[in-house]
Design a protein around this ligand. Structure first.
Ligand code: 3UK
Length: 542
């Protein structure tokens, strides 16, 4: 019943943008951002101009165009402009660091990068190491208050938008678009052509370019969007989770555009103040957040007036937040599990049918199974690996055949999550099958934090695990053996934290450091993270 019946020749930009204009919604507001507002006709014109600009730069079908952008009206124009001319946008996480971007841009062989001015300084140090990159396009939007830009380190978030990072030959987005026609023929893509990429990180190895097809966004919108959220043309969507996440991309772009609704964008970091101010200013009807932010918002004054439904994903929502939110705003928070690989949420609670502490039931259009090591289904109540099936699944990981075949097992996709299911069909999260941590809804690989710490001259050995904070949400904790010449102290602890902050994305640093004389190891010398987890549990129980 959920098979899409899309024609062979299908382009997602035509479906999500042009169709709205064809169906008479050209004058409808598609995007609200700060004090600016854009109709579907305006987004369409910008999309077409951007597509033409890419053509004029020599970009051809199937080539990658990277987007390193804050949440503004530029996002849907650049995203769909690339898709409409047949290129493949790669949405990059603005919170990452220069070294991460070097990997993404080279792995994807990106020829054109669109990067917001406050984020240019992340690209500057790696300019010489990007053999495939030919053009850098910078939306400047003079006078736009992007000064408290999102992402990067403090210096880029204050003072003037950095235009220093712009080099001779870099292109001004607005000037480039002004020179182009606002009409563009849709590339003759097939419904199964590559459409967009997102990078997904794993516990070992480099991040994986996750390749989504032209039909995937339509499938997610028809299933979770229509059947669970009941999205409608008169909804106003506001996602505190940024558009570069798979979660935010659905919430802020392809759900609203699927039904010709309105999306609200917040370019700044989503602090409780900014989120409440945005709700007050634009009165969204649907709000999308992550557990950490719900916790922070509960600590602050503010109103959610006008919102009909709130959604949480990225990591399990603590029941305490659910209850406090309901008591304060008389609003439900729908917790649901999604993934970059599945594009969006595939197991979710329903409005009026919420089981606190559970991720809910399988979303119409998807199937889910919990299996043991030999891929047999486990009985209700027993923990196993969560597999999911549904037509929004990514086709493969770019140039990673091994990881692709481990994860995409024919029709079924291995989430890597440990889950159990009760007799009523509710799914409950029970951890991961790898050591990956979800921190504020975003992946942290313990290996990556360990590799960073070990670079510090005073660190002899270290291991990183997840530990729960006072609200039961996971944050990285490091166990460190110092070199013989160094004594543990608060000073060393602060220094190590700062050291990680300076080279990795901010959310990855260890919130606690425990100094050890030695670390538990296997016979082959591998650090036993599970013993450290047990040690921590015993200490916390005591
Ligand atoms: C975990 C959850 C418990 C789980 C995402 C909504 O988070 C998203 O994508 P990612 O690729 O991570 C996927 C992994 O995150 N997870 C996500 N949601 C929940 N665990 N309860 C939840 N509600 O380990 C999953 O495998 O970053 C979320 C929509 C689209 C997404 N991409």
């Amino acid at each position: 019943p959920y098979s899409l019946n899309l024609p062979d020749t299908f382009n997602a930009a035509d479906h999500f943008v042009d169709r709205n204009v064809r169906e008479g919604r050209g004058g409808k507001v598609a995007v609200l951002c700060e004090d600016r507002s854009f109709t579907y006709a305006q987004i369409q014109a910008g999309m077409n101009r951007f597509g033409n600009a890419l053509k004029s730069l020599g970009v051809r079908m199937e080539e990658r165009v990277a987007l390193l952008l804050l949440d503004t009206e530029v996002y849907p124009q650049a995203f769909f402009g690339a898709i409409k001319m047949g290129a493949v946008p790669v949405c990059l996480n603005t919170m990452n660091r220069s070294q991460d971007f070097q990997f993404y841009l080279n792995d994807s062989r990106t020829r054109v990068l669109v990067v917001d001015a406050p984020l240019l300084e992340m690209i500057e140090p790696i300019r010489g190491n990007l053999p495939f990159l030919e053009h850098v396009i910078v939306p400047l939007r003079q006078g736009s208050p992007l000064r408290q830009g999102y992402g990067g380190q403090a210096p880029c978030c204050s003072g003037e938008p950095s235009v220093n990072g712009m080099r001779t030959g870099d292109l001004d987005f607005d000037a480039l678009l002004a020179a182009q026609s606002d009409r563009l023929d849709t590339a003759p893509t097939c419904r199964d052509d590559a459409c967009f990429w997102l990078y997904s990180s794993g516990s070992t190895g480099s991040p994986k370019g996750t390749v989504h097809l032209q039909h995937d966004m339509v499938y997610a919108a028809n299933t979770y969007g229509m059947k669970v959220l009941d999205i409608k043309e008169d909804d106003v969507f506001f996602s505190a989770a940024k558009l570069f996440f798979a979660y935010g991309l659905g919430n802020g772009i392809y759900f609203p555009f699927h039904v010709g609704a309105t999306a609200v964008y917040l370019p700044q970091r989503p602090t409780p103040e900014q989120v409440y101010a945005t709700v007050r200013r634009h009165s969204p009807t649907l709000y999308f957040g992550v557990p950490t932010l719900y916790g922070q918002m509960l600590e602050q004054e503010g109103s959610m007036a006008g919102v009909r439904l709130c959604v949480s994903a990225g990591e399990a929502l603590p029941p305490a937040y659910l209850h406090r939110w309901k008591a304060r705003f008389q609003l439900d928070i729908l917790d649901g599990i999604g993934s970059t690989e599945m594009a969006h949420i595939f197991v979710s609670n329903r409005p009026g049918e919420i089981t606190p502490g559970s991720s809910g039931k399988v979303v119409p259009g998807y199937e889910a199974r919990i299996v043991d090591e030999s891929m047999h289904d486990v009985p209700p109540g027993e923990i196993g690996t969560l597999l999911v099936k549904g037509d929004s699944a990514a086709a493969y990981y770019w140039n990673k055949h091994g990881k692709t075949s481990e994860t995409m097992m024919g029709q079924w996709l291995n989430t890597g999550d440990k889950y159990y299911c009760d007799r009523q069909g509710y799914f409950f999260c029970a951890g991961r099958s790898d050591d990956m941590l979800k921190v504020g809804g975003i992946w942290v690989s313990p290996n990556e934090v360990e590799s960073c710490l070990i670079e510090h001259p005073d660190v002899l050995e270290c291991a990183v695990i997840g530990a729960c904070d006072e609200d039961n949400l996971v944050k990285p904790m490091a166990f460190v053996v110092l070199s013989a010449t160094k004594e543990p102290s608060e000073l060393v602890e602060t220094e190590l934290k700062e050291f990680v902050k300076s080279s990795l994305a901010l959310y990855k640093y260890p919130r606690w450091i425990r100094f050890m004389d030695e670390l538990p190891k296997t016979a082959t010398g591998k650090i036993k993270r599970f013993e450290l987890r047990n040690l921590l549990q015993q200490q916390q129980a005591a």
